[in-house]
Design a binder for this molecule. Structure first.
Ligand code: PRP
Length: 211
């Protein structure tokens, strides 16, 4: 039997999504070994394989069919804009995509000033400022610790994920505008959805029952 391959986003979501899969009796103890350098894990009994990938790469694996199914944040799905089916909201890792900055930046947002926006999500930021708000901005792509940008004067505001809000608070920043709510989603390769319809639908339906 062909394996159904599942790509999980590394990091915050991995543990929680693994828990869901374990509840469905899809288990792979090997993956929980923190010292392992192995990249792919098999559940021979149920015919599943899993791997952990950088979140941004999960939609790529799924679009090309290297993974039949992926579990990844909505932020990454929107930013990557890959061709795939988004089939289920797991309601895990709930957070928000926001525009944030010092309170003083509120005015710049309100009067449509030509500001600089630092972000790990240039596509989401561009879509929001240029297409939705029709505000001309310069988008500066960063790869992490985005909150630094307005503090050191790289940008006036940031577009970033806010979960508890404590990173913003501890750095004297606040949410200025909300762009979209986020959570973990299940995505499926378009061909797998047809060719492996029975096994894929069963897995999705089983997941629906436990969330
Ligand atoms: C994310 C995000 C914020 C923080 C928000 O960063 O970019 O910095 O979490 O969480 P909070 O609202 O609960 O404080 P992450 O820790 O993923 O790392 P990064 O800075 O490398 O992007």
């Amino acid at each position: 039997m062909r394996y159904i391959t599942i790509a999980l986003a590394k990091g915050r979501l991995a543990k929680q999504s693994m828990k869901i899969l374990n509840q469905l009796c899809i288990s792979c103890d090997e993956m929980e070994d923190p010292d392992t350098r192995k990249l792919i894990f098999k559940d021979e009994k149920n015919g599943f394989r899993f791997f952990l990938a950088k979140a941004n790469d999960v939609p790529t694996y799924v679009e090309y069919g290297a993974a039949d199914i992926g579990i990844v944040g909505k932020d990454t799905i929107v930013e990557e804009g890959r061709s795939l089916y988004e089939v289920l909201d797991l309601k895990l890792g709930k957070c928000r995509m926001c525009v944030a900055g010092p309170d003083s930046a509120k005015e710049l947002l309100n009067n449509g000033s030509p500001i600089r926006v630092a972000t790990k999500y240039p596509k989401i930021a561009k879509e929001y400022f240029l297409n939705k708000k029709h505000q001309t901005v310069e988008i500066i792509k960063l790869n992490g610790s985005i909150e630094l940008a307005p503090i050191v004067g790289l940008s006036e505001v940031i577009v970033d994920i806010v979960e508890t809000g404590s990173t913003l608070r501890e750095n004297g920043l606040a949410v200025l505008e909300e762009i979209m709510p986020l959570s973990a989603r299940v995505v499926v390769n378009k061909v797998s959805m047809k060719m492996e319809q029975e096994r894929v639908s069963k897995l999705i339906n089983d997941m629906k029952k436990i969330i």
